[in-house]
Design a protein around this ligand. Structure first.
Ligand code: SF4
Length: 382
């Protein structure tokens, strides 16, 4: 049985956010023929997610082994790791792992610190010496990637799981776990290895010491997936179950927002994140994220008119159809999903002409927010 077949049997799926089957990605690159390239994506940027840096710090040997196994399976003669410029310690850990295990040369790139630099085509642009901006698709990297060659871009956590998946595919499938960054209003923010299928509430209670303020909102996939209500806390930590519930597991950046916080304040925080991180290439994204954020600010402050909800849905619908990358689409879907969960809150804000919770009091997606600082500190202690 060859490596791709073994990977397929293991059921390993990508941990960069999409949960796409790794074997199908490898197969697509191989089917292109030619001389492929493999690239490890370590440019983690999702707010609250620390699991990729944790992986590079604690499991650098496995990342390197997984990257080289991918190169061998695909016949690649070139391997790269792309990290954010700020990731000095993970880069040093990878350098040590590479020095300790000679094999195919791996080039480390400390690139841009922007959020969008973690998008798979943006990092290819950056490695090629240009600004880290996403490319229009198609073509996708598996056919036209780095310097035009078929390219496998795979998240570092995914690669770290490849050695175990190839070694015993059935055992890997039977006991599959994933890394979860648990943050927000919990007693002990941090990163944990959790068995897929564990109920979200049990993840919060057993690994993070429980919520400090009850559960108002749960974001199982950071800002990139619509949130869940407290009543949905029994849903399983599973990409398919969460997608079926209208959310998603994404990078498993599990944010808990306390019950006393205004959900519309969180919606403003979410929309501001997408507005801030739009790279600037596509007008529908730049204009749409700004429009969405503006209307949500008015909504939260109680100054929005009823017809602004129509404008908001119009802008979101437009964003869902446009953009070189998923940023505009994701921002619109997440914001609409949040509002759909809390129709009574929206009506109360519009009806009262003010925030019934007393104003803006929760901004977890702001750069260096208290919630993000707490989990970043956990990474430092790892
Ligand atoms: S959709 Fe937004 S983030 Fe993505 S390439 Fe266009 S402007 Fe940049």
């Amino acid at each position: 049985m060859d490596a791709i077949e073994r990977l397929d049997r293991s059921g390993l799926r990508g941990r960069g956010g999409a949960w796409f089957p790794a074997a199908r990605k490898w197969q697509a690159v191989r089917a292109e023929g030619g001389l492929p390239v493999v690239v490890a994506n370590g440019a983690e940027g999702e707010p609250g997610s620390i699991k990729d840096r944790w992986t590079m710090l604690r499991r650098a040997d496995a990342v390197v082994a997984g990257l080289r196994a991918a190169a061998a399976a695909l016949g690649a003669d070139e391997a790269h790791v792309y990290l954010k410029g700020a990731f000095a310690a993970p880069a040093a850990a990878l350098e040590r792992a590479l020095a300790a295990a000679p094999g195919l040369a791996v080039h480390l790139h400390r690139g841009e610190d922007s959020y969008v630099a973690g998008e798979e085509t943006a990092l290819l642009e950056s490695i090629e010496g240009r600004k880290a901006w996403p490319r229009p698709k198609p073509p996708r990297p598996y056919s036209v990637g780095l310097h035009g060659r078929p390219t496998l871009v795979q998240n570092v956590e995914t690669l770290s799981r490849v050695p175990a998946a190839l070694s015993d595919p059935e055992a890997y499938r039977a006991g599959e776990t994933t890394l979860v960054s648990i943050w927000g209003h919990v007693r002990r923010p941090g990163v944990h290895e959790v068995k897929l299928g564990t109920p979200l509430r049990a993840v919060i209670d057993d690994f993070a010491g429980g919520a400090t303020d009850g559960i108002g909102l749960l974001f199982p996939g950071g800002p990139s997936a619509p949130p869940l209500s407290a009543a949905q806390g029994e849903l399983a930590l599973d990409p398919d179950a969460l997608r079926a519930a209208g959310s998603g597991l994404g990078t498993a950046s599990l944010l808990v927002v306390g019950a006393s916080h205004c959900p519309l304040a969180v919606a403003v925080s979410l929309a501001a994140f997408f507005e801030r991180e739009a790279c600037g290439q596509c007008p529908p994204c730049v204009v749409g994220t700004g429009r969405l954020a503006g209307i949500l600010r008015d909504l939260e402050a109680g100054t929005a008119r009823a017809r602004d909800l129509h404008y908001l849905r119009e802008a979101a619908g437009f964003m869902q159809q446009h953009g070189y990358c998923a940023h505009a689409r994701t921002g619109a879907t997440a914001a609409l999903g949040l509002l759909a969960r809390f129709p009574d809150e929206v009506a109360a804000h519009v009806g009262a002409g003010r925030c019934p919770h007393g104003g803006h009091e929760c901004d977890p997606f702001a750069p260096a927010s208290a919630e993000q600082a707490a989990i970043e500190a956990a990474l430092g202690a790892a």
